[in-house]
Design a binder for this molecule. Structure first.
Ligand SMILES: C[S@@+](CC[C@H](N)C(=O)[O-])C[C@H]1O[C@@H](n2cnc3c(N)ncnc32)[C@H](O)[C@@H]1O
Length: 313
């Protein structure tokens, strides 16, 4: 898709935005559940196979898969078996464990991530971000560490433009473990349904509307896209080559997949990466208060460094 085939959107609104991947994965799940119920499966999938997968994804990405995810895991990894022309999970897992390259490991982790996201998800965070960046010294830098298909970092970038004006002295580093979602995020193309939470003014100011073959699609304008840099990053990696410190870290709806010990280690590593007045934004069901003493609650699912003096003190 090229920009020349995109025009400014006028009056498009749709259903609340969701990650398009979720649709296909829900379909997978429904198919797998149906198959399991009827006893039909393309491949045998033993408890041992499931246990090996749980162990490998936990080691690789920190993702702690619950027992009830067995059917979901079957359907997602069965796709890999079909793609590789393999006939059993055991064969696939033996091949994966023997693989010293990254290619199949990347497909394996991509298959097991959950990428649900939307524009301005947990909308109460964005006015707080706008207030913060107006007060902070420039340039502003934000890290979004589980960026998925890009709706979150582009929402951050829109907030920066709306708070600081066009061409703000600001940047957003958007990282994720899943290389497939990052490729979609970099393309910056969304369906009308995915942009449903955006106002007419936001659509007009920050997006181009597809025409012809791209009818119904929306693309982020280049000037907004330029504020965001996408890069792969595993939060479990022993070192993060990301610079910093940042004015804000968005770490939303990813810690829920990790156990408490992993969450605590990651939170400790955030401390030197946040400016003294910086904020850490968490997801709606994430509570870091009992995980780490390094942060204290500042508002609804928003944290500040515990080591800094209280505002106005
Ligand atoms: C449910 S999405 C959340 C997206 C967005 N932050 C939001 O709140 O809408 C979780 C994301 O975390 C990513 N993820 C899972 N494990 C990760 C890890 N070890 N390192 C970095 N990202 C990871 C997944 O690939 C997925 O895109």
């Amino acid at each position: 898709m090229t920009d020349s085939r995109m025009t400014s959107p006028t009056t498009r609104r749709g259903a609340a935005g969701t990650d398009g991947d979720v649709g296909s994965r829900s379909a997978d799940f429904a198919r797998a559940s149906g198959a399991a119920l009827s006893g039909e499966r393309d491949f045998a999938f033993s408890l041992t196979d499931f246990g090996r997968i749980r162990h490998l994804i936990y080691q690789r990405a920190g993702i702690a898969l619950a027992e009830h995810k067995r059917e979901m895991v079957y359907s997602r990894i069965a796709r890999r078996l079909r793609a590789l022309g393999l006939t059993s999970f055991t064969e696939y897992l033996d091949m994966l464990e023997a693989d010293t390259g990254e290619t199949e490991w990347e497909s394996f982790t991509n298959a097991l991530t959950t990428n649900l996201t939307s524009f301005f998800r947990e909308s109460h965070h964005f006015p707080l971000l706008a207030d913060l960046v107006r007060q902070q010294g420039k340039p502003i830098s934000i890290w979004c560490c589980a960026a998925s298909t890009g709706e979150e970092p582009y929402s951050i970038a829109m907030t920066l433009v709306e708070a600081l004006g066009t061409r703000p002295s600001a940047s957003v580093l958007a990282t994720d473990l899943d290389t497939q979602v990052l490729a979609r995020a970099s393309s910056a193309v969304y369906s009308g349904e995915q942009t449903g939470k955006l106002s007419q003014e936001q659509l007009r100011r920050h997006f181009l509307r597809g025409t012809g073959a791209n009818e119904g699609k929306i693309k982020v304008r280049p000037e907004l896209q330029q504020l965001v840099t996408f890069a792969p990053l595993n939060l479990l990696a022993p070192s993060w080559q990301i610079g910093g410190p940042f004015d804000a870290i968005f770490c939303r709806n990813v810690m829920i997949y990790f156990d408490k010990a992993t969450q605590a280690r990651i939170l400790e590593r955030f401390v030197p990466l946040l400016k003294p007045d910086g904020l850490l934004f968490a997801g709606h069901s994430e509570n870091f208060t009992y995980v780490s003493q390094a942060f204290r609650l500042r508002g609804q699912t928003v944290y500040e460094l515990a080591g800094k003096r209280a505002r106005g003190a």
